[in-house]
Design a protein around this ligand. Structure first.
Ligand code: SF4
Length: 226
């Protein structure tokens, strides 16, 4: 991921989606039923990134609608979030046959869509679910087991890596760990919200101070106020 400082135009989610729905850049277009672009709040504070659509998602054209999705809803509640608060997308937009792992060349050609989605939504926090999303966002080869449990930064975003909910469904020993990661998400969100309130208050104070200064300097040249 880059920090978005490049001058490239940020497209709307609708524009990116329109292109993704017609995409034939890799062989997964031949076996998919639908392109699973991503859903949720376009102004989300938190964006979740999974791996690739499964069978149900491929049929329903929406990420996380199976058992993993139900578990994700439970986890979200632990962080004080609902599905409609967040945005969720996958590294790959089309289902790999038999849910095999994404191939490096598929990740290479598909992730420009994800990159654009992140820039369009501009969340505060990216939660990466599982190895593929985490390795892509943090540009690392380290596995999720050693990375989870802590927050990182990638460009201007906080990144919180955790297990994929599907992995915790198959291996119950991961449930306690993934749940503690969502409690950490709740804490990180509180800190970030407090920081934003402080920034807003500081800006307001500075504007008021500037207005007072101008009022006491009547000779100052007039100009447009925004
Ligand atoms: S997986 Fe991505 S790159 Fe491949 S066809 Fe689907 S949208 Fe295009």
């Amino acid at each position: 991921m880059t920090d978005g400082s490049e001058k490239k135009k940020i497209r709307s989610l609708d524009e990116i989606k329109a292109e993704a729905l017609e995409c034939h850049k890799c062989a997964l277009c031949e076996t998919r039923t639908t392109v699973v672009f991503g859903v949720g709040n376009p102004h989300a504070e938190v964006m979740f990134i999974g791996e690739a659509p499964g069978r149900k998602e491929d049929l329903g054209a929406e990420p996380f609608i199976g058992a993993a999705g139900q578990y994700l809803n439970k986890l979200l509640a632990m962080a004080g979030l609902k599905r409609e608060d967040i945005y969720i997308a996958n590294v790959l937009k089309c289902r790999p046959p038999s849910n095999r792992d994404p191939l490096p060349e598929e990740i290479h050609v598909c992730t420009p869509f994800l990159r654009e989605q992140v820039m369009a939504i501009n969340p505060d926090i990216l939660v990466t679910l599982g190895n593929f999303a985490t390795k892509f966002i943090l540009k690392t080869d380290r596995g999720i087991t050693s990375l989870r449990g802590k927050a990182y930064t990638a460009g201007k975003f906080y990144v919180l890596p955790t297990f994929h909910p599907a992995a915790a469904i198959y291996d119950k020993s991961k449930c306690e760990l993934i749940e503690s990661d969502f409690i950490l998400l709740d804490e990180l969100l509180s800190v970030e919200r407090e920081r934003k309130v402080k920034v807003r208050e500081a800006l307001k104070e500075r504007a008021e101070e500037e207005a007072r200064r101008r009022a006491n300097a009547p000779g100052e040249q007039e100009h447009m106020e925004f």
